[in-house]
Write a protein that binds this ligand. Structure first.
Ligand code: EPU
Length: 336
């Protein structure tokens, strides 16, 4: 366990926001958490800072940030084609995906190159190219802050939805995810229905695990800015889920508007990137904040932006989209 005071957060959040936190503790697993919470040193303000890839600091953080550093992936069981794999919270997400692909295990490959750590993956049910992490989660291991006990929750009880889970709702601030148990398969199961993934994979020589991973990495590299070069947190907004009637009315006016199915009955999902693009914001900037020129869902820090500037910019976009389409786009990024 390592403890730091007054630590600069600029290199610990992919937005590159120059905030400071009063205290940061790097912990290695559940035993460290038990010790920390038994000491009762936290007062009321603490938060887990995982990979820092989905967070926007709007001010200095005056509490304790807990950062997991335990990185471990192991096979815990096999049954027929199914292979159970446990990864600890501090494992880099893409290391886990790369490990799965290298071991011939199907399920995670479409989720290649998503920044962040394994422990954060269930919180917003990360997803890309037709797959969500809920599809491969068997259970999530937790440390319950109030009782100091370890609990395992089955994936079926995590209330997973589009970029949503029980960890953003009733369990928020009550538990810390310490490990995730995945169910992967030795049986080939390519999921290539999203966008041009099929075509890109075909061009690489066919639907092997390695080729799907390479195709996904290629598509992401072409569309999404590298946070090391330009600060950002991936999609800043969620795709809005609206009633079918709303979508049909809009479709009658904007024939090229994409519509996707939603897990919510009677509703469909619209593409926030398309709505922002059509509102004229793509590639535009105000001061030190802008919209990425190749993907309108991504807000970028053009250098030295504060979190408050980012929020002001995002609010203008939300207002414009609401004015033009009558649809509200919610933020995906965790704003603190
Ligand atoms: N579109 C535009 N203009 C844009 C961006 C998108 O017209 O600037 C249109 C596209 O042409 C397409 C539709 O909007 O018809 C959807 O675009 P895309 O396939 O790029 O996906 P997305 O809905 O914008 C979502 C995820 C991404 C994920 C991709 C691929 C959300 C909030 N975002 O983006 O996730 O990589 O699908 O599956 O659901 C993230 O969460 O950080 C993230 C990058």
């Amino acid at each position: 366990m390592r403890e730091y005071k007054d630590i600069k957060l600029k290199d610990r959040n992919t937005f590159g926001i120059d905030a400071v936190c009063a205290e940061m503790i790097e912990y290695a697993g559940v035993e460290d958490l038990k010790e920390l919470f038994a000491r009762g040193v936290f007062g009321s303000r603490w938060m887990v800072l995982s990979g820092g890839s989905n967070i926007l600091f709007t001010e200095d953080f005056d509490g304790v940030l807990l950062h997991p550093v335990d990185s471990d992936i192991r096979i815990t069981g096999e049954c027929g084609d199914m292979v159970s794999v446990r990864a600890t919270a501090g494992t880099d997400w893409d290391r886990f995906v790369g490990w799965s692909v290298a071991n011939g295990l199907w399920g995670a490959e479409n989720l290649s190159a998503i920044p962040g750590l394994v422990g954060a993956s269930p919180v917003q049910n990360i997803g890309a190219y037709g797959v969500e992490v809920k599809d491969i989660i068997r259970s999530v291991e937790l440390f319950a802050v109030d009782t100091g006990k370890e609990v395992t929750v089955a994936g079926a009880h995590c209330d997973f939805g589009y970029r949503d889970s029980i960890f953003k709702r009733s369990l928020k601030g009550k538990v810390i995810i310490t490990a995730v148990n995945f169910e992967l398969s030795r049986r080939e199961n390519p999921v290539l229905g999203y966008g041009d993934l099929y075509e890109k994979t075909r061009m690489l020589g066919g639907a092997t695990l390695e080729n799907i991973r390479r195709a996904v990495v290629g598509i992401r590299d072409a569309k999404l800015p590298d946070p090391k070069v330009m600060g950002n947190a991936g999609s800043f907004f969620k795709n809005p889920v609206v009633p079918e009637e709303t979508a049909l009315e809009l479709k009658a006016k904007y024939a090229d508007m994409p519509i996707y199915p939603s897990q919510q009955s009677g509703c469909v999902k619209l593409a926030a990137g398309w709505l922002i693009d059509k509102s004229g914001w793509k590639g535009r900037s105000l001061g030190r904040v802008g919209i990425h020129e190749r993907q309108a869902l991504v807000i970028v820090n053009l250098g030295g932006a504060t979190g408050k500037e980012v929020v002001e910019f995002a609010t203008r976009i939300q207002a414009d989209v609401q004015y033009k389409f009558g649809v509200w786009i919610d933020t995906e990024v965790n704003i603190v």
